[in-house]
Ligand binder design. Structure first.
Ligand SMILES: NC(=O)CC[C@H](N)C(=O)O
Length: 451
């Protein structure tokens, strides 16, 4: 029998309209004969309603029987139907799942071994294709409890091998169906390792993913080369449109801290693309949270008399949202502030520092960070392409954490201004929980500020 590519999910069995009238005793020969018959047409569109002569195995005689193959007959496995065209001119053929069409975005690689659903629903990936370096994706399906936001904002998913089945007690849906419903494009059977090496060597690249045959390679390449992500405000597309209250804590089955502290704190959380697990962790530590849109005026926030202000993660270039930097400037020093990722970058800029685009960023659940204050190394979850340049920060701002892969700034603090920030994700989801105590630090800042 013809070899089925090892990671291809069979999509369709042979078309029932194919007719064969071989005698029953030749059944096993029939299977063999079919593979010996002339290859079926590759093109789905080309109508060939012509009879094929079938020859029994081990026989020179043509059997007097006919197989009709109509235009819709396909191979019983999927063949390449998509192209990922990178701005460097490389073209990667792949098999599509999820939505079809043409989509442009920046390709980044993520080294997490688990948690693809949380990654897919992290709003900070807006405008980006996430390429998972873990070669086997889809085996746990998806479930309602692992959503990090209400929507998938990313441009698409690039993986090596799509699991042919799901096996997890929490699974409610296979990955492909989930992505198709959300209109997110995805490809598999592509050399993710080779693309990752290219990104590491040359830096992040813009790519266009297409399942449309009408688009030429040159057209897709031009689209990739014309598209820009630097300087674009992606935050306004993912933020909430009106304030709301969040009270859900981490489910008790998953909780790993001792009972929360007795006192409660009112936190105003700026939604630049906030992840649900940040809100759950704040709630578990005893915070009453009002989530506000990214353009919520600082004055309105201060009128609410919060115990602290949280600045969330969010997609894209921090320099593209100067209105948010202005808001942060008006808040800093008045109430305790905690920033995560985009929040950390906005804080850095509000303090007078500069941010810059990294070569390929940090995306994954296995980044070692040195906590300079505790002397401990935390294995952290990260997702960012920009970083704060610590040399541009004014005196009095302490660099508290360093990413040990490249010594970049991973955390800031200033006790006088009552602020802390991390360039990575203490809420994990997905990722290790080593940095969860950062939430407790924020609580302590707020308690100390109450006096
Ligand atoms: N997770 C985030 O907040 C990402 C921050 C920013 N968009 C970056 O890519 O650097």
């Amino acid at each position: 029998m013809a070899a089925v590519p090892h990671c291809a999910a069979p999509t369709k069995s042979l078309n029932p309209s194919s007719r064969c009238s071989l005698p029953r005793r030749n059944h096993s020969s029939l299977l063999l004969s079919r593979t010996l018959a002339p290859p079926l047409p590759l093109s789905r569109g080309a109508a060939i309603n012509r009879p094929l002569k079938i020859q029994a195995a081990g026989s020179n005689q043509s059997l007097n029987s006919t197989v009709y193959v109509d235009a819709s007959v396909e191979r019983p496995w999927k063949t390449s139907d998509a192209r990922l065209v990178l701005e460097d001119g490389s073209i990667w053929r792949a098999k599509s799942f999820g939505a079809s069409g043409t989509q442009v975005g920046e390709v980044v690689f993520n080294t997490s071994l688990t948690g693809y659903q949380e990654i897919l629903t992290d709003p900070s990936y807006a405008g980006q294709f996430v390429l998972m370096t873990n070669p086997h994706i889809g085996n746990t399906g998806v479930n309602p409890g692992d959503e990090e936001s209400k929507q998938c904002f990313l441009a698409g998913l690039v993986i090596r091998s799509l699991s042919i089945c799901t096996s997890n007690w929490r699974c409610t849906e296979p990955l492909g169906d989930y992505l198709a419903k959300r209109n997110i494009m995805a490809i598999y059977d592509v050399d993710t390792r080779a693309i990752t090496r290219r990104l590491r060597q040359n830096g992040s690249l813009i790519g266009v993913l297409s399942t449309e045959k009408s688009q030429t390679d040159d057209e897709l390449l031009e689209m990739a080369r014309k598209w820009k992500i630097v300087g674009v405000d992606l935050v306004s597309g993912v933020s909430c449109s009106a304030p709301y209250v969040w009270s859900e804590e981490t489910d008790t089955n998953w909780e790993f801290i001792d009972r929360k502290l007795d006192d409660t704190f009112h936190v105003v959380a700026y939604d630049f693309g906030i992840k649900h697990n940040i809100l759950r962790r704040l709630a578990s530590y005893g915070c009453k949270i009002t989530v506000v849109p990214s353009n919520w005026p600082a004055l309105e926030t201060l009128k609410m008399k919060p115990d602290g202000v949280f600045l969330s993660n969010g997609p894209g270039d921090p320099s593209a949202v100067p209105y948010a930097v202005e808001t942060v400037k008006e808040i800093v020093g008045k109430v305790p502030v905690f920033g995560i990722c985009m929040g950390h970058q906005l804080l850095g800029q509000a303090l007078g520092g500069k941010t810059f685009k990294m070569k390929f960023g940090h995306h994954g659940g296995n980044h070692p960070v040195s906590n300079l204050r505790s002397g401990r190394v935390e294995i952290s979850a990260q997702n960012h392409n920009y970083a704060v340049d610590p040399a541009t920060l004014p005196p009095g701002i302490e660099v508290t954490h360093i990413n040990l892969n490249d010594n970049s700034c991973a955390g800031l603090a200033c006790s006088e201004l009552k602020l802390i920030s991390l360039q990575y994700h203490p809420e994990s989801s997905p990722g290790p929980h080593d940095s969860d105590p950062a939430f407790r630090e924020f609580i302590q800042l707020m308690r100390a500020s109450r006096g």
